[in-house]
Design a protein around this ligand. Structure first.
Ligand code: FE
Length: 183
């Protein structure tokens, strides 16, 4: 079955995914590495799709690639989740929406997590409001799908390996179709 939405998504990455993610890998490489990590860890299709598409917000806007260095937070996770929620269940759009908050949560609750972040992630953390207070962290931990968002976050942090071989987007078509059909 050829879904027009899946074709649009694949076309978007084909057209715009070659742009830099900012850490020596392209948006395509980052997406595919995150998706592959999710799949390898045995995540359900919805979470594999969330990992693959978590930064689609960067491809949906027309702002410059060095926007964070200019001190502007684009809110890419909000744009992405709003767009995805039209076609996919909350199990996809919510972990995407919360993947920035998951970073703020992990910075507040896990020793050494901040130190392990890339320079770009530390820079964007500042723009995104920094580590959560203990109260905000407790609130976040109780949100539906917070666990899925934290898993996604860890794949996101890892998916920045220059030159790593990954499956292609076509290899995720089945997961995309499974997830889309569940709406
Ligand atoms: Fe990312």
């Amino acid at each position: 079955m050829n879904s027009p939405i899946i074709e649009r998504i694949l076309e978007l990455y084909a057209r715009r995914g070659g742009q830099s993610y900012g850490e020596g890998v392209s948006m395509n490489e980052h997406a595919l590495q995150a998706g592959a990590l999710a799949r390898r860890s045995g995540a359900p299709p919805d979470l594999v799709v969330a990992a693959l598409l978590h930064d689609i917000g960067h491809l949906l806007h027309d702002l410059p690639e060095d926007i964070a260095e200019r001190g502007i937070d684009t809110g890419h996770e909000m744009l992405a989740s709003a767009w995805l929620s039209q076609y996919f269940p909350p199990e996809v759009s919510e972990p995407v929406r919360l993947h920035v908050e998951a970073k703020r949560y992990l910075c507040a609750t896990e020793a050494g997590y901040f130190e392990g972040l890339s320079d770009a992630s530390r820079l964007s953390l500042k723009l995104q409001g920094g580590a959560f207070s203990p109260e905000r962290a407790a609130f976040f931990a109780n949100r539906p799908l917070a666990d899925a968002a934290i898993r996604l976050r860890r794949w996101d942090d890892e998916a920045k390996i220059v030159g790593l071989a990954t499956p292609g987007f076509e290899d995720f078509r089945e997961a995309l179709e499974t997830s889309l059909k569940a709406v």
